[in-house]
Design a protein around this ligand. Structure first.
Ligand code: HEC
Ligand code: HEC
Ligand code: HEC
Ligand code: HEC
Ligand code: HEC
Length: 322
């Protein structure tokens, strides 16, 4: 039989096979890159919002707390976007003629909400919940980045499955005391920035244990500083709530403790510390603060106190795909 293909076509066939293989691999790599690219994950994009709202101005500049606007973040799966009313608390008086704020005034006048464009948006088949993360010691900045430095909001992390699992497999390095959740600058415990924690049930001010029965401070509880002055002078019984300096315009404080004075004013808690009512104001200091000078130790302590599930349990599919 006549040779239909000459020898060179054999080589050509082999060559084109190899070439096809290479193209397939290259496509695979490219698709994989694409799937992780900021273009797909939407990382860093700043959508055109109806109002160019600046977190930098309102958080870092004015000292507003996250919960002033994202009111449900501690008690619901959604953090929530504030209603126009929240803006009008100030903007009925400040910048009342600014062109930039026209959509806010318009929304207020008509009762139609401002159409903010979502920046973070997980697919519907993923279950996410703010409440549990925030109450188990994951700070806003761990997921959203330095919001206080963002003139316009953008997505800092990929929000892909791999990113979630990365933390779920080893949460300890990201855990912080729940009192530090809103602290944008938190960098973990270190010898320069130690953290003191106690499980004592009866302490004052910053030392009021959270629901998890543990509380931490970032200033030496045995030294002389304003936080301790407060520890030594608990509010008098009947003192109005919120006297410990909380308020929306107060920079740097966590208003999760806004309801604390009710606890501290209970006379019983004073006796339980082994002091009599006559030495109230004379150092009812809990003795058993533990000092943490590195994040590994603090992380493991908090894993235990917050009853964090094991890496295996937290990475099982049903946690996020229900
Ligand atoms: C004065 C009100 C106000 C304060 C205070 C505030 N925010 Fe916001 N936040 C908004 C508004 C309005 C939006 C929607 C517009 C936008 O995306 O910029 C928003 C959007 C966001 C988003 C993106 C929502 C989305 O669409 O995915 C995140 C994340 C966020 N805020 C986090 C924070 C954190 C963290 C803090 C505290 C450090 C904070 N915010 C403080 C008003 C506020
Ligand atoms: C606690 C008071 C307060 C609240 C609440 C508040 N603002 Fe402001 N806002 C200000 C002040 C003060 C300025 C001027 C800031 C500056 O120039 O540094 C400002 C400035 C602005 C500006 C001008 C651009 C800029 O950032 O400087 C916009 C736009 C704006 N605010 C939108 C909003 C929106 C939208 C809301 C509601 C989600 C809101 N503000 C809530 C006090 C507030
Ligand atoms: C464990 C990571 C994580 C932490 C911690 C976290 N967020 Fe979020 N946040 C997300 C994800 C993921 C979304 C998108 C949710 C979705 O699309 O359903 C989101 C969405 C939001 C939104 C948009 C509105 C909403 O409720 O979906 C706001 C506002 C917000 N976060 C604010 C905050 C604030 C304030 C804190 C700190 C108190 C915080 N987040 C802590 C991951 C986190
Ligand atoms: C920085 C760390 C961190 C990141 C990032 C993170 N998580 Fe979590 N997640 C935790 C911790 C800690 C818990 C609490 C575990 C426990 O209580 O055992 C948790 C718990 C959960 C739960 C359990 C809720 C319940 O009620 O059982 C869900 C669901 C969840 N995360 C979803 C997600 C999703 C989806 C993402 C990514 C979009 C994500 N998480 C990103 C740390 C993280
Ligand atoms: C900690 C939360 C979390 C856990 C646990 C988790 N996933 Fe996911 N998964 C996600 C998120 C978030 C996405 C959305 C990714 C995106 O938008 O790119 C996702 C997406 C997916 C997708 C869509 C394809 C893709 O990769 O984007 C599949 C399939 C999937 N997950 C399967 C699983 C299986 C199987 C398991 C158990 C082995 C699992 N997931 C465990 C958070 C989780």
């Amino acid at each position: 039989m006549a040779q239909v293909f000459d020898r060179s076509s054999n080589a050509l066939a082999r060559f084109s096979l190899v070439l096809t293989g290479l193209i397939v691999i290259a496509l695979g790599v490219a698709l994989n890159e694409l799937q992780r690219s900021p273009w797909v994950t939407k990382q860093g994009q700043r959508p055109d919002q109806p109002v160019p709202f600046s977190h930098k101005h309102h958080v870092q500049g004015l000292g507003l707390q996250c919960q002033y606007c994202h009111t449900s973040v501690e008690k619901s799966s959604y953090a929530g976007i504030p209603p126009t009313k929240t803006c009008m608390n100030c903007h009925s008086q400040i910048w009342t003629n600014a062109q930039l704020l026209e959509p806010v005034r318009d929304s207020w006048a008509t009762g139609r909400s401002i159409n903010w464009i979502r920046v973070h948006d997980l697919p519907d088949y993923v279950y996410f919940n703010h409440e549990i993360h925030v109450n188990k010691g994951i700070g806003c900045a761990s997921c959203h980045g330095r919001v206080d430095q963002m003139p316009l909001m953008y997505q800092e992390n990929t929000l892909q499955m791999e990113w979630c699992l990365n933390c779920h497999r080893n949460p300890a390095k990201n855990l912080r005391p729940t009192s530090e959740i809103y602290n944008m600058a938190w960098a973990g415990a270190s010898s320069d920035n130690p953290v003191w924690c106690t499980t004592t049930q009866n302490t004052y001010g910053t030392g009021v244990p959270t629901a998890q029965g543990v509380s931490c401070v970032t200033k030496d509880p045995s030294g002389k500083n304003p936080e301790v002055a407060f520890l030594q002078n608990p509010p008098r019984p009947g003192a109005p709530a919120g006297t410990n300096g909380e308020g929306p315009m107060q920079p740097g404080r966590d208003s999760m403790g806004a309801g604390n004075s009710g606890f501290a004013s209970e006379p019983k808690s004073i006796t339980a510390l082994g002091t009599t009512s006559s030495d109230v104001g004379a150092i009812p200091m809990p003795a058993n603060y533990t000092k943490f000078t590195n994040q590994v130790d603090l992380g493991h302590f908090l894993m235990d106190k917050y009853h964090i599930r094991t890496a295996n349990e937290l990475s099982s599919c049903e946690v996020c795909h229900r």
